[in-house]
Design a protein around this ligand. Structure first.
Ligand SMILES: O=C(O)CCC(=O)C(=O)O
Ligand SMILES: [Fe+2]
Length: 337
C-alpha cells in the first residue's frame, strides 16, 4: 500500500509481527511504522507471525461448538448476567448506536461472553462495581476441560494484545512501555460466536454493521468467511479466513484516544455459506478506572483535542447499556430512579 488516505482500501492488509518478538530494533521500528499506516488508513489488518499455537485456537473453537450444541435450557442456565458474563441467546442483541445503518432486525447469532475474571471476594465485586464479577462456566461434567481451554487462550491472547499495545506506542513515536499502565487491570472480553447459515433477506445480518467499542480486537475465525469491512467508497470488503492469522481492528476508544488519527472501521457479518460459522473475537481494553484523554502526540500543535477525557468504565457502561436488549430496561429504570 502506498500513500493512502483513510478508508481507501480494497483488501485487508497482512502484517507479520514476528519482529516484535526479536531484538532487531530496526525491524521492530519498521513493523511499528507499517502498523501505523494500516491503523490510519484501514483500521483493520491480519496479524501473522505471532506465537499462538494453532491447536490452542482450535481448542477454543471445539469448546465453542460443544457449548452451542447443548440443549437451549442448559445454555440458558448461564444466561448473561448484570456483569455481562454468560450466554446471549439467538437474536438477543440489536445494535442501535450504529452510525452505518438503521438496524432493526436482531443479529442472527448466539454467543457467550467471558470477561476478565473477578472473584466474588475481590474488592471490585464486593463494591458492586459495574461489570466486575465472576464468569459463568458450563458444568465440568457436561463440557470437561472447558474452563482450562478458555483461560489458557485468554492468557495467550492477552500477551499478544500487550505486544500490540507496545507496538502501537512505538508507532506513534512513544516509548514502547508508555501505554502499559492503562492495561494494568485490563477489561477483556472473549466472545464465542455461532452464526447459523442465514436466509437471503434485506437488512438481515449475522452481525449488523457496527464499530467495536474498545481498544483493539483480535479475532480468530473458522474457514467459512462472511466478515466484511466498509471502505470509504461504501463498499463491503471481505476479510476472508487466512490460516493462523488474527484479524485485528481499531476500536472506538483507541480512535478517540488517538484523536481520530487511527480509524475505527465499520464491519459486519453475513453468513450465507450454507454452513455454520464460528468465530472468537478477543477484545482488549483499558482498566475501568483509567481516564482516556487524547494522546498529546496525536493533537496538532495549537489545536485542541477533539474529545473530552472519559473514564473508561463510564464510557463502556454507556455503550453496553445502549446496545443490548436485556440491559435496556434496567438502564431505563436506573435513569428514572
Ligand atoms: O464474527 C466476526 O467475524 C466478527 C464479530 C464482531 O465483529 C464482533 O463481535 O464485534
Ligand atoms: Fe466487531
Amino acid at each position: 500500500m502506498g500513500e493512502r488516505e483513510r478508508g481507501d482500501f480494497s483488501e485487508i492488509p497482512i502484517l507479520d509481527v514476528s519482529a516484535l518478538y526479536g531484538a532487531d530494533q530496526d525491524a521492530i521500528r519498521a513493523t511499528a511504522a507499517t502498523l501505523r499506516r494500516y491503523l490510519e488508513t484501514v483500521g483493520f489488518l491480519y496479524v501473522v507471525g505471532h506465537p499462538i499455537p494453532r491447536a490452542d485456537v482450535e481448542a477454543v473453537r471445539e469448546a465453542s461448538k460443544r457449548f452451542f450444541a447443548l440443549p437451549e435450557d442448559e445454555k440458558l442456565k448461564l444466561k448473561i448476567d448484570r456483569n455481562f458474563r454468560g450466554y446471549l441467546p439467538f437474536a438477543g442483541s440489536t445494535i442501535v448506536t450504529s452510525s452505518v445503518a438503521t438496524v432493526s432486525k436482531p443479529n442472527q447469532s448466539e454467543s457467550i461472553f467471558f470477561m476478565h475474571e473477578v472473584g466474588e471476594d475481590d474488592p471490585r465485586a464486593l463494591a458492586e462495581k459495574p461489570l466486575q464479577g465472576p464468569n459463568q462456566w458450563p458444568d465440568e461434567a457436561a463440557l470437561g476441560g472447558f474452563r482450562e481451554t478458555i483461560e489458557n487462550y485468554v492468557g495467550e491472547m492477552s500477551t499478544l494484545a500487550r505486544k500490540m499495545v507496545g507496538a502501537i506506542a512505538l508507532s506513534l513515536g512513544l516509548p514502547a512501555g508508555s501505554l502499559d499502565r492503562y492495561f494494568d487491570q485490563p477489561t477483556t472480553f472473549l466472545r464465542l460466536l455461532h452464526y447459523p447459515t442465514q436466509p437471503h433477506e434485506e437488512g438481515l445480518f449475522g452481525s449488523a454493521p457496527h464499530t467495536d467499542y474498545g481498544f483493539i480486537t483480535l479475532l480468530a475465525q473458522d474457514d467459512v468467511g462472511g466478515l466484511e469491512v466498509k471502505n470509504k467508497a461504501g463498499e463491503w470488503v471481505p476479510a476472508p479466513p487466512i490460516p493462523d492469522s488474527f484479524v485485528m481492528n481499531v476500536g472506538d476508544i483507541l480512535a478517540r484516544w488517538s484523536n481520530d488519527q487511527f480509524v475505527s472501521t465499520p464491519h459486519r457479518v453475513i453468513n450465507r455459506s450454507g454452513r455454520e460459522r464460528y468465530s472468537q473475537p478477543f477484545f482488549f481494553d483499558p482498566s475501568m478506572d483509567e481516564t482516556i484523554a487524547a494522546l498529546p502526540v496525536c493533537v496538532p500543535a495549537g489545536a485542541s483535542p477533539k474529545y473530552e477525557p472519559v473514564l473508561y468504565g463510564d464510557y463502556l457502561m454507556e455503550r453496553i447499556d445502549k446496545n443490548y436488549h436485556y440491559r435496556k430496561k434496567k438502564a431505563a429504570e436506573a435513569a428514572s430512579a
